[in-house]
Design a protein around this ligand. Structure first.
Ligand code: 3H9
Length: 704
């Protein structure tokens, strides 16, 4: 342990301070919550180095971060604003050129610019549990402060390429193995940093200037990565630029960094950067809800009603989060089916490396219990009902839960369309009733809509958000309406797709066009996956109230009449067999027959036209969802589609895309389409006002 005596701390500015202890100048960063390398951090660090450099008593410098992490990256909030000196790359070079040896202590999540600062120091020590990474690519950029040049010098071209193009962090152990850090040291960050400084002086820790090392050439790794990315990430901009930047690592460091800067600037200007950073902030913005200040109820056990695909998926998600689950079904056969599905889901988790084989056994034997009697739910803290979408069934279940469950238990429905207020009214405790709408497969999909009914208490809403956090899901608050945020908007834009299908585009053409836009799946692939019977039931329910003016396309209903419900029955719009999904000729015949019935002469649609109509419809209904206050802000709608509907992340979500298209253009499109169908295509008042005033959805997100 270091034996020097502290001689006091002096603040360089609000976020950087120095302390001189014996021969060591210790720099501490304190910029909560994640020590982002903001302008203040950069200026403070620069000045701290200058001060310590000039202090004759200081022989060695150590750098560490206070709080939960060393620098987690550049300050993303500064992106898009005019850059302020000193730039992070200049600071990194300044650190590297510092005459006195300088060691960096890594802990928490040392990411992006944080790792770049660390790699510029002359040695690195990480605490156990540290995650180290260069995640810039996930924000549509590349490591722009020397990361693409220094990482290959320390860890080799192949490893650096993997890290930079995947954006995935690695553990301290892996970082050590690959030379990104020099040692793992245990203790408090300050103490370990001081010890490391002494070791740097004594030579026990090697002192190297990363920029002076040469990276071993590895053209094969570069070529292999280019080939891989051309296949897997063709639509993305920055991963390819990452490879170009790493390729420059054989130049002298300053020349390589100049090339890195050129490529970084190109990424910064790309619309994908704006979309991906919007997506990053959307996931954090959604937690800022009016009920956030309420105290969530403690959830130690969960009941799930219904062992179908949804119920089993929800149970799996809860079990994987470490909570015990009681699964109920109507009969023993239902329970067996549910248990089998859960076991299968857990097998998948084992295969993906998310769970050990013993962990799987333990979950099934210790954490999962089953019953055919709702009374088994008497003691659970939260019940999630996931039975068939039939209001009478749900009302009966909630009536029973009201008599069975203990006071204070949260009673949740996983309904995807039905009115939570009606469900709540069957209980004497509507304040405990909430919608928790999971997305299929529930143990995989990240989205959870937290549906707040008229009488739901703020604590119950806060509990929904707390549960989502435990399940590692993105929770988005939604008001009550038919389909909530996501399915309501989907139901609307699915009609636009159906109109195009009726008028001449094939399901495959529509799916291909939307995949071309960047969706993971097209709308008919999604329909097949979700189960056509779900929307069939909803269509029947809505039939009585469907306005006469609405154009109704019965193609999916006709397909369902054959008991073809999509993937789970082997066919729907596509056939699912050993030859992989392929268009279902029987579905195509149904489409032809329905066109003929309706007297439609099919016409052709370009991919561009399909995308334009589809996106315009999605945004149109998104605007209505905002007008009605179902979603709190445009960014909540974006988070729903990014996390539950395979919306391309690099496009930031439908409402971000709306800003890219512009309100004026959207109004023009809707008015043009209204020439064919003036009932479906109506310009929402809010959109018209935005077209006139120039206000954007981004501005609405930041309005208090
Ligand atoms: C970069 O470094 C570019 C350089 O190569 C080149 C420069 C020239 N900036 O996620 P959390 C906020 S690019 C500003 O809830 P967690 C976040 O918004 C950067 N703010 O916590 C939230 O604010 P609020 C490369 C940031 O514990 C709060 O901190 N780095 C930043 O679940 C807490 O965040 C990355 O991409 C930031 N860099 O996760 C890392 N990071 O409370 C991005 C976070 O107001 N960050 N905030 O909502 C992360 O991955 C996670 O935040 C982290 C912590 C793992 C660090």
């Amino acid at each position: 342990m270091h034996s020097g005596m502290p001689t006091g701390t002096s603040a360089i500015n609000d976020v950087v301070s120095i302390e001189i202890i014996g021969n060591t100048g210790l720099i501490a960063l304190d910029n909560p919550p994640v020590n982002a390398a903001s302008h203040a951090v950069r200026t403070g660090l620069w000045q701290a180095l200058e001060t310590l450099q000039q202090d004759d008593g200081v022989q060695v410098i150590a750098l560490y971060g206070k709080g939960r992490t060393f620098i987690a990256g550049a300050d993303i909030r500064e992106f898009g604003k005019p850059p302020q000196d000193p730039w992070l790359p200049d600071l990194c070079n300044f650190i590297e050129d510092t005459e006195k040896p300088i060691v960096c202590l890594l802990h928490g999540t040392t990411l992006g610019g944080g790792l770049e600062v660390a790699m510029s120091c002359h040695a690195r020590v990480a605490l156990p549990g540290t995650r180290v990474g260069l995640p810039e690519v996930t924000l549509g950029i590349l490591p722009g402060a020397g990361g693409t040049q220094r990482a290959p010098r320390l860890a080799g071209v192949a490893f650096a390429l993997d890290m930079i193009t995947s954006g995935k962090p690695v553990s301290a152990e892996v970082a050590l193995e690959h030379g990104l850090v020099d040692r793992i040291g245990e203790g408090e960050p300050r103490e370990v940093a001081l010890q490391a400084a002494q070791d740097l002086v004594s030579g026990a820790l090697p002192r190297r200037k990363t920029g002076e090392l040469a990276a071993t050439p590895d053209q094969a790794a570069i070529d292999a990565m280019r080939t891989k990315l051309a296949k897997t990430q063709a639509q993305l901009f920055s991963p390819h630029k990452c490879v170009d930047a790493v390729e420059a690592c054989h130049l002298p460091i300053r020349d390589g960094m100049a090339e890195e800067r050129r490529l970084y600037n190109a990424c910064m200007e790309s619309p994908q950067r704006a979309g991906l950073i919007h997506a990053f902030f959307s996931e954090r913005a959604v937690t800022k809800v009016p009920e956030a200040a309420a105290e969530p109820r403690e959830i130690r056990s969960v009941g799930v009603i219904g062992g179908g695909t949804m119920g089993s998926g929800i149970a799996t998600a809860v079990l994987l989060a470490g909570l015990p689950v009681t699964l109920t079904e109507r009969d023993q056969a239902g329970l067996e089916r549910g248990t089998d599905t859960i076991a299968g889901n857990l097998d998948g988790a084992v295969k993906r490396g998310k769970l050990s084989a013993e962990g799987r056994e333990k979950i099934l034997s210790d954490r999962l219990s089953t019953s055919t009697d709702l009374k088994a739910l008497a003691d659970v803290d939260l019940v999630i009902e996931a039975v068939f979408e039939e209001m009478s069934v749900k009302r009966e279940i909630f009536g029973t839960l009201d008599t069975v469950c203990k006071p204070g238990a949260v009673l949740a429905s996983n309904t995807s369309y039905l009115d939570i207020n009606d469900i709540a009214a069957t209980t004497g405790r509507p304040e405990d009733v909430i919608g928790l709408h999971f997305f299929s497969p529930a143990h995989v999909m990240r989205l959870l809509e937290v549906v707040v009914a008229d009488k739901t208490s703020p604590e119950v809403v806060a509990t929904g958000f707390a549960l989502a956090k435990k399940l590692k899901k993105i929770a988005v608050r939604s008001g009550v309406c038919d389909g909530f945020i996501g399915n309501r908007i989907m139901t609307f834009y699915k009609k636009a797709a159906d109109y195009m299908m009726m008028d001449g585009a094939s399901p495959e053409e529509i799916d291909t066009a939307m995949r071309g836009f960047g969706f993971a799946m097209g709308p008919y692939q999604v329909a097949d996956l979700a189960g056509l019977d779900i929307s069939w039931a909803a269509n029947k329910r809505r039939a009585a109230t469907r306005p006469k003016e609405e154009r109704y396309i019965p193609i999916a209903d006709r397909i369902c009449e054959n008991s073809w419900f999509g993937r789970k029955t082997g066919q729907g719009f596509y056939i699912y067999d050993d030859n992989g999904p392929r268009p279902n000729p029987e579905a195509l015949s149904i489409i032809d027959a329905e066109r003929e019935n309706a007297g439609v002469t099919p016409r052709s649609f370009t991919s561009e036209e399909i995308v334009e109509r589809f996106m315009t419809a999605m945004i149109l209904e998104g605007v209505r969802v905002l007008e009605e206050g179902i979603a709190l802000r445009p960014i909540d709608i974006d988070a729903v589609f990014l996390n539950g509907y395979g919306f391309p992340r690099f496009r930031g979500g439908p409402m971000h895309t709306a800003d890219v298209i512009g309100a004026g253009e959207l109004v023009r499109r809707i008015e043009a389409y209204a020439q064919e169908d003036s009932y479906y295509w109506q310009v929402p008042e809010l959109l018209r006002k935005m077209a006139e005033s120039g206000e954007t959805f981004a501005e609405m997100n930041t309005r208090g």
